[in-house]
Ligand binder design. Structure first.
Ligand SMILES: NC(=O)c1ccc[n+]([C@@H]2O[C@H](COP(=O)([O-])OP(=O)(O)OC[C@H]3O[C@@H](n4cnc5c(N)ncnc54)[C@H](OP(=O)(O)O)[C@@H]3O)[C@@H](O)[C@H]2O)c1
Length: 268
């Protein structure tokens, strides 16, 4: 079962695990860490656009115990029906009751337009596109997942990969901060309503991924450039594996309040 009286989340039985943004970075690292813990007859579904890189992640996760399926999908465009089909197809006839725990990681994310100053934001179509991928489609995917697993709600675990930027403003990142805040709050409200579902908002800390290079290449904000240049030059960025291990430890221990924002740097 997803939870026991000790709050631990048991992944040692047959587990179903969906992970978005699994083609690189933090998503790949979480996929690898979680795959090591899953029990026999587990099934993972990895989602992102880059099929070749998804195949690499899948090969790192596949084992005697864990079957891995991956699907190239543009999550900014996918309809509810497409999301439902991707989830149902991955189950390939297996019943939701076949799994002791059903887990979804909403890791997909992008930074948005870093070349526009916040006081000049006026391209609402672009902002809407940003919110589609980072907020609306995350909610839509979560809803499709919850519908499929409704009869075993007490075995469902949801992890939203959030950011310090969801709770602390960072100049030059209005798209990102506002999107992360909205996304995190949706999961917090869900956690208030659905006490049987375990919901964690995990904030990975500053991690050495493509996102960091994107910030340095795109930002017009001097403060943001300075913060990230310092991270890079001082070697303070975390490796994806470090934060993935912490995320999985926090999850397994299960000592988080419903919808709690837990950061990499928080004490365990
Ligand atoms: N890196 C950090 O310092 C940091 C800090 C705090 C929070 N986070 C959060 O951690 C998560 C992962 O970030 P990361 O640093 O690992 O970033 P990343 O290396 O840029 O990875 C982003 C992932 O999202 C996928 N993705 C992007 N657009 C997509 C689309 N339209 N459809 C489907 N998949 C899409 C990418 O795959 P494809 O390109 O193959 O589609 C990729 O797998 C994000 O939610 C991010 O906000 C990161």
């Amino acid at each position: 079962m997803a939870s026991s009286s000790s709050n631990n989340i048991d992944l040692s039985g047959p587990t179903y695990c969906v992970l978005s943004g699994a083609s690189q970075g933090i998503g790949r690292a979480i996929a690898v860490e979680i795959s090591k813990l899953l029990g026999p007859n587990s099934l993972m579904l990895l989602l992102a656009r880059n099929k070749a890189e998804l195949a690499v992640t899948a090969s790192l996760c596949e084992s005697d115990k864990v079957k891995v399926i991956f699907n190239s999908i543009d999550l900014s465009k996918a309809s509810n029906d497409e999301m439902k089909a991707v989830l149902n197809n991955s189950l390939a006839g297996r019943k939701v009751t076949d799994f002791n725990t059903s887990l979804i990681f909403h890791n997909v994310g992008s930074l948005g337009n870093l070349a526009v100053e916040t006081f000049r934001m006026e391209n609402m179509e672009e902002l809407r596109d940003y919110y589609d991928l980072n907020v609306f489609k995350v909610i839509a995917m979560n809803t499709q997942f919850l519908k499929i697993f409704e009869e075993v709600e007490d075995r469902v675990v949801v992890v939203n990969i959030t950011s310090l930027c969801a709770i602390k403003p960072m100049s030059g990142m209005a798209y990102y901060c506002s999107g992360k805040a909205a996304r995190e709050m949706y999961f917090k409200v869900l956690a208030e309503e659905k006490k049987r579902i375990r919901i964690l908002n995990y904030s990975p800390g500053p991690v050495e991924t493509a996102m960091i290079d994107y910030v340095l290449a795109e930002t017009v904000n001097e403060n943001l450039r300075d913060v990230f240049t310092t991270f890079k030059n001082q070697g303070t960025l975390l490796k994806p594996e470090m934060t993935a291990k912490k995320c999985v430890r926090v999850l397994q221990a299960g000592k988080f309040a419903p919808g709690e924002h837990v950061d990499y740097f928080d004490d365990e």
